[in-house]
Design a protein around this ligand. Structure first.
Ligand SMILES: *[C@@H]1O[C@H](CO)[C@@H](O)[C@H](O)[C@H]1NC(C)=O
Ligand SMILES: *[C@@H]1O[C@H](CO)[C@@H](O)[C@H](O)[C@H]1NC(C)=O
Ligand SMILES: *[C@@H]1O[C@H](CO)[C@@H](O)[C@H](O)[C@H]1NC(C)=O
Ligand SMILES: *[C@@H]1O[C@H](CO)[C@@H](O)[C@H](O)[C@H]1NC(C)=O
Ligand SMILES: *[C@@H]1O[C@H](CO)[C@@H](O)[C@H](O)[C@H]1NC(C)=O
Ligand SMILES: *[C@@H]1O[C@H](CO)[C@@H](O)[C@H](O)[C@H]1NC(C)=O
Ligand SMILES: *[C@@H]1O[C@H](CO)[C@@H](O)[C@H](O)[C@H]1NC(C)=O
Length: 504
């Protein structure tokens, strides 16, 4: 149940809306994680937006009303983001400020999915028996596929009948076929059930939606003018990630079998980065996309797929109910990395945490962690660069040569060496940002009363360094030797050092 709640959390994406204003829109995360859904999903976000909003973590000096997660400055087309407290999600309802809410609860396991009581089952079920939601059985009346038990489909005569086996004729859609097969039909005609992925390049396939068919081994297809054929695997034509201004920047490699040679054109869509940059989606032949397809094929080959209702064959709830956690997590991880490819490039961590919590949930817990390696000789880094992220879970690292700087590595993006500037009491993410002591509970720690010090900046707020020891700041009227020994003057001192100290 918890899973469903998570999966149904609303996602934000930005696109050029009416009146040319930029909005964070509310969309629902798809429950179905098949390649066709993935493709539709990527396309739905494509917008050829020449202007994308910029996303920033809320700066320390910006004050949010309690519960605000996203604040838009319309004049700069910028969104400022602050993650919600745990148990809350960011609700993207335009045009008010986006606020943190308790996630909506979506009830309803379908036939074949798990339950404790009938209340856990959806409207399509008849009972919860042995902790599985029951649907109607063979030869019973039905109106929807979802009412029938796993292994059955609702026929055109409104009766639950056995799904058509591989090679069998008479399907109207994939749902009439066994869960491992799709319907090879042309528009308005009945077709035959074929195994997913079974049609090799340059063989005919009935339908091709948006350049894709799950029946093709490459999952890509194209028209020769009269009929559709599967293509060879098509990759991104440029090194990924590809930033773009329009869809024409998002071409795949071509299949010369077609005349003219056929290329897929991806949908350029806005990222969630601080520069307003758009990115192309991956092409189905790219390495990460192939990993996703490989996991999809593994699910199709697993016996567990047969425990799902015909409509739920690629449904996250059903997959997580029956497949082992490692396989499921891997599938989710790849789906999200491919599906959100444009949205996760160079995205600040706070934005991922707030707008795409599932992405982090599955990319962090997935069995495939990002790889870290030293910068290679052929890689060219900017002068102060310490991390290069290649967009495909690979980090290349070079140490900061200046010991007064630290690598500001926080997320799936490049990082640079920045001066160590955070003092005790300031918010931090990593210990290496802090002046002397560790980062704990999001705040740089300082030396407590009586601890050794060389500078006042090493001491906790309220203390200063005197005779190599942190001591309480002096109050009004007490004798002093410098401003930094006086409570209020600390602020002036910090500003002088180029740092604005908010706390305490
Ligand atoms: C600093 O971090 C603390 C603890 O996480 C948090 O309560 C506070 O709001 C943060 N302050 C700012 C200015 O971000
Ligand atoms: C949105 O939030 C900002 C900052 O918290 C506040 O100044 C502004 O009044 C809010 N606007 C609305 C419509 O709530
Ligand atoms: C928006 O940003 C501009 C430029 O930084 C700033 O002058 C303005 O006050 C901001 N507006 C709001 C409502 O925050
Ligand atoms: C529903 O399931 C319960 C428990 O398995 C069983 O006792 C009950 O008879 C079933 N109800 C119907 C209408 O089949
Ligand atoms: C799939 O359908 C197309 C179009 O009807 C047909 O030409 C092709 O032979 C079918 N493929 C298989 C393997 O049956
Ligand atoms: C993943 O799924 C495959 C196919 O069902 C299965 O053979 C394999 O054992 C699973 N892996 C784990 C770790 O259970
Ligand atoms: C990341 O670093 C590489 C290597 O320096 C550079 O080519 C690339 O443009 C950087 N990407 C971004 C978004 O800054």
């Amino acid at each position: 149940m918890l899973l469903k709640v998570w999966l149904c959390i609303f996602f934000a994406y930005a696109r050029l809306g009416e009146e040319n204003s930029l909005k964070v829109e509310k969309i629902q995360f798809p429950r179905d994680i098949s390649p066709m859904t993935l493709n539709n999903y990527i396309q739905s976000r494509g917008n050829e937006a020449l202007i994308c909003p910029k996303y920033f973590c809320k700066p320390n000096d910006m004050v949010f009303t309690t519960g605000t997660c996203v604040y838009e400055n319309e004049s700069t087309e910028s969104f400022y983001v602050q993650k919600c407290n745990s148990d809350y999600v960011c609700d993207m309802q335009y045009p008010v400020n986006y606020t943190c809410i308790i996630p909506p609860y979506f009830s309803g396991s379908n036939p074949g999915e798990k339950c404790n009581t009938l209340a856990d089952c959806s409207q399509y079920c008849t009972n919860c028996t042995n902790n599985i939601c029951l649907g109607v059985s063979l030869n019973s009346n039905c109106q929807y596929h979802l009412q029938c038990n796993p292994g059955l489909a609702c026929s055109s005569n409104n009766v639950c009948i056995a799904q058509i086996p591989i090679g069998g004729y008479g399907c109207r859609s994939d749902y009439d076929c066994v869960n491992t097969a799709g319907c090879n039909s042309t528009y308005g005609q009945l077709g035959s059930c074929l195994s997913y992925f079974s049609i090799p390049p340059h063989q005919y396939v009935g339908l091709c939606n948006g350049g894709q068919s799950s029946l093709c081994s490459s999952i890509s297809c194209a028209s020769n003018g009269q009929q559709y054929l599967c293509t060879i695997p098509l990759l991104s034509a440029s090194a990924t990630p590809v930033s773009c201004l329009s869809n024409s920047d998002c071409l795949s490699t071509s299949d010369p079998f077609f005349n003219p040679p056929f290329s897929l054109q991806g949908y350029c869509s806005c990222g969630l980065n601080s520069n307003g940059i758009s990115y192309c989606p991956l092409s189905p032949g790219d390495a990460l996309y192939l990993k996703y397809l490989n996991q999809y094929q593994k699910w199709i080959m697993s016996p567990e797929i047969n425990k799902c209702n015909t409509v739920d064959r690629f449904d996250t709830a059903c997959i997580s109910n029956w497949w082992d956690n490692k396989n499921f997590t891997t599938f989710m991880n790849y789906f999200l990395n491919v599906g959100y490819y444009s949205q996760v490039q160079n995205t600040p961590l706070c934005v991922l945490q707030t707008l795409m919590p599932e992405y982090l949930q599955y990319s962090n817990t997935g069995p495939f962690c990002p790889s870290f390696q030293c910068k290679t000789a052929s890689q060219v880094f900017a002068s102060n660069q310490c991390v290069f992220y290649d967009g495909n879970q690979n980090f290349y690292v070079k140490a900061c040569s200046d010991s007064n700087t630290v690598c500001n590595f926080v997320s799936l993006q490049n990082a640079t060496c920045v001066p160590i500037i955070k003092y005790p009491g300031q918010n931090c993410t990593f210990s290496n940002e802090c002046f002397t002591y560790a980062c704990a509970n999001g705040v740089c720690q300082g030396g407590g009363k009586g601890s050794k010090c060389k500078k006042s900046a090493e001491c906790d707020p309220g203390l200063y360094c005197s005779s190599d020891e942190c001591k309480p700041l002096k109050g009004m009227g007490e004798r002093c030797t410098s401003d930094s020994t006086v409570s209020m003057a600390r602020y002036a001192w910090e500003i002088f050092k180029g740092v604005f100290l908010l706390a305490p």
